[in-house]
Design a protein around this ligand. Structure first.
Ligand code: F3S
Length: 408
């Protein structure tokens, strides 16, 4: 890899051990990918925040970087932690977990990271522009950054993204290069997509169809036949696709990188699928829940103000059934918007718990209370039921059906 004089000197330790370590890691990964150089970035979004997923190893790594004086060089936001910082006691979090989680967050703060604790950093003014180079971790955020905004990021992991924050650089390969952003599979959508969960199910169908293909940077679908998706529905589609290793998609006449797909011929696509209403229905059938789920979780990725309004509308005049829980995961920015119109109080009176700083995947569940979970998100379904995480059977329903079974 070609290194500038400044990068050489950082690698030689002239700017301290923290930068030297971060630079060394980026260069090792860059050489693995045959990258030519590092490039400057505008921002990072850091994953690997929850004590549930990172454990003591995460605490130790952050202690090291803080002790060695690491500071972020670019605007950096943070993924969800394992708990709501203000209300963790109400959500069955034990003291040891909370103590470690606070230590992790203090370490990030000490490095200058904005502790947004959300997987939707664009809700905090972290707005991207087309062609802008950034380094984001958190698969759903990466997919939204690449697809909705047309910004450029690879799927960073928790160490490469931390190194990018500390150096202000990322590796020039993969999605930073136009030739790797061209769609390679075609999706003809003939289904009548009506709501968030439908988009999430569409992502599941498409992800499953193409994830066996040996593309170096994953399948990149071009969707045709999607008319006017709302941003949060595109977020749901992207999150579902991301759980199958797709971190960039295009929607004809909607997403910004038109020049990358406008002149493609049919034969330029490696494979093709047509998605119908029947296929969406069949997929819902596969996820059909038992009648007695004790908890429903909404907000994977973290719910936007628009999604909160939808819950307000659907639950008007209703109350969560006794012995059931309905948790809505959002972030501090969207909650503040909802608070300014008194919506939060209204939702709480209906028995809905509003959680911030965390997410349905990385928060621990009390398994003695909850033997199965309902959600409207494919990504939440995958991860809550994952044996390495909460390992609880999880099922998908459209939100209006969830309200029917969880409310009186
Ligand atoms: Fe976000 Fe957690 Fe879902 S990080 S995308 S809410 S699994």
């Amino acid at each position: 890899m070609h290194l500038t004089r400044e990068e050489e000197s950082a690698l030689n330790g002239e700017s301290g051990i923290a930068i030297q370590t971060a630079m060394g890691l980026l260069i090792d990964v860059g050489e693995f990918y045959d990258a030519d150089r590092l490039i400057p970035i505008e921002s990072t979004h850091i994953s690997g925040v929850s004590y549930l997923t990172g454990g003591d190893g995460l605490v130790d790594i952050l202690d090291f970087f803080v002790e060695k004086g690491a500071r972020t060089k670019v605007y950096s936001t943070l993924n969800p932690s394992g708990m709501d910082r203000d209300n963790w006691k109400n959500h069955f979090i034990d003291l040891n977990f909370a103590t470690k989680q606070f230590r992790i967050l203090r370490n990030f703060e000490a490095m200058g990271v904005s502790t947004t604790c959300s997987c939707t950093p664009y809700d905090f003014g972290h707005i991207l522009t087309k062609g802008q180079h950034v380094a984001w971790a958190e698969s759903s955020a990466i997919t939204f950054a690449n697809s909705f905004f047309g910004a450029r990021t690879n799927k960073e992991d928790s160490l490469t993204v931390l190194s990018a924050s500390i150096t202000g650089k990322t590796i020039n390969y993969g999605f930073h290069l136009s030739e790797n952003r061209i769609p390679n599979v075609l999706v003809n959508n003939e289904s009548n997509l009506k709501e968030y969960a439908d988009y999430s199910i569409l992502g599941e169908i498409v992800g499953k169809e193409f994830n066996h293909l040996p593309f170096k940077f994953g399948a990149i679908p071009l969707f045709k036949g999607i008319k006017s998706p709302r941003p949060f529905e595109m977020k749901g589609l992207g999150a579902a696709l991301a759980s199958f290793g797709t971190h960039l998609f295009h929607i004809e006449n909607i997403t910004p990188e038109i020049e990358l797909y406008n002149n493609l011929k049919h034969s330029d696509f490696q494979e093709e699928i047509t998605v119908t209403d029947d296929m969406i229905e069949e997929m819902y059938e596969n996820f059909k829940p038992p009648v007695d789920s004790q908890i429903a979780v909404i907000g994977c990725p973290n719910a936007s103000y628009e999604e909160i309004l939808e819950v307000v509308e659907l639950t008007k005049g209703k109350k969560v059934l006794p012995n059931k829980e309905f948790w809505l995961f959002t972030n501090r920015a969207q909650r503040a918007l909802a608070e300014s119109s008194n919506i939060i109080e209204e939702l709480q009176e209906r028995g809905i718990k509003i959680l911030v700083d965390t997410c349905p995947e990385v928060t621990p569940y009390d398994k003695s209370r909850f033997s199965s979970v309902l959600t409207n998100s494919v990504k939440a379904q995958h991860y809550i039921s994952a044996p390495s995480l909460n390992n609880i059977p999880t099922y998908i329903l459209p939100i209006r059906r969830i309200v029917e079974v969880m409310f009186e």
